[in-house]
Design a binder for this molecule. Structure first.
Ligand code: JB3
Length: 216
């Protein structure tokens, strides 16, 4: 039996996580967010527990946390800070899996990974700590997705792709097979990546395509 959960944050990402947790019949104690008044309800029927310090009144061995702060480019540090803070206090972060996702038996999901509705993750892929695989994303076989990545809605990661920590793959982007994406990289929405990308890059055009066409 999984532990009762506390959801951190109450924005768009948290609301989607709340739906996924309810659909998988998890016991959700409530939400913490400094912007909300204690004892109110949010997302229809979810209890507001108060600010983050309310978490400290729960024994870390008896509950798990869900980090409901999303990742958009340049905001990964805030989500990371919250995860690190509570892990240092002995709390752990639950894996969230929307029941409509399709995940091969041989996929390895690290602590705190969040798999949203309609995603497909194929054989022998590993997803690193706290990464978000968002609505409708497809990650094919033998991929390694690092920690604290956001694979945004409807993006497609083909087979044997490596994606470094803290990288952001924008909505509808396509990464073709065997590509390496360096850490802390942003691939803009809709971009197709045909060649390896160095760490700390921002890719806004179809990386590799022009060179590949010239070479043929
Ligand atoms: O792209 C998609 C499908 N989803 C995006 C998601 C991945 O990231 C979404 O569209 C947003 O761009 C973003 O979602 P998020 O993080 O829910 O953004 P927002 O709606 O701005 O909500 C942030 C929430 O975090 C707000 O409720 C803040 O009050 C709350 N918050 C910020 N700092 C915090 C803290 N809550 C707690 N408990 N502690 C904090 O330190």
């Amino acid at each position: 039996m999984s532990k009762p959960l506390i959801l951190i944050g109450s924005g768009g990402h948290a609301s989607v996580l709340y739906d996924a947790l309810k659909l998988s019949c998890q016991n959700i104690l409530g939400v913490v967010d400094p912007k909300l008044s204690k004892n109110k309800k949010i997302f229809g029927d979810c209890q507001v527990l108060g600010s983050d310090k309310e978490i400290l009144s729960f024994n870390p061995l008896e509950i798990s946390l869900v980090n409901g702060i999303g990742i958009i480019p340049n905001t990964v540090n805030h989500r990371l800070r919250i995860s690190n803070h509570f892990r240092n206090l002995g709390y752990n972060f639950s894996v969230v899996i929307h029941p409509s996702s399709i995940i091969s038996d041989n996929v390895f999901l690290s602590e705190g990974v969040q798999i949203m509705a309609g995603t497909i993750i194929q054989n022998n892929t590993k997803i690193g700590t706290d990464s978000i695989i968002n609505t409708g994303a497809v990650i094919d076989h033998d991929c390694i997705i690092g920690n604290d990545c956001h694979i945004a809605p409807n993006s497609t990661i083909c087979g044997s792709v490596k994606c470094g920590n803290e990288s952001y793959i924008g909505a509808g982007a396509t990464i073709i097979q065997k590509i390496s994406i360096g850490k802390n990289t942003t691939i803009a929405a809709g971009t197709t990546v045909y060649k390896d990308v160095k760490e700390n890059s921002i890719i806004k055009t179809n990386a590799g395509m022009i060179r590949d066409i010239q070479n043929t």
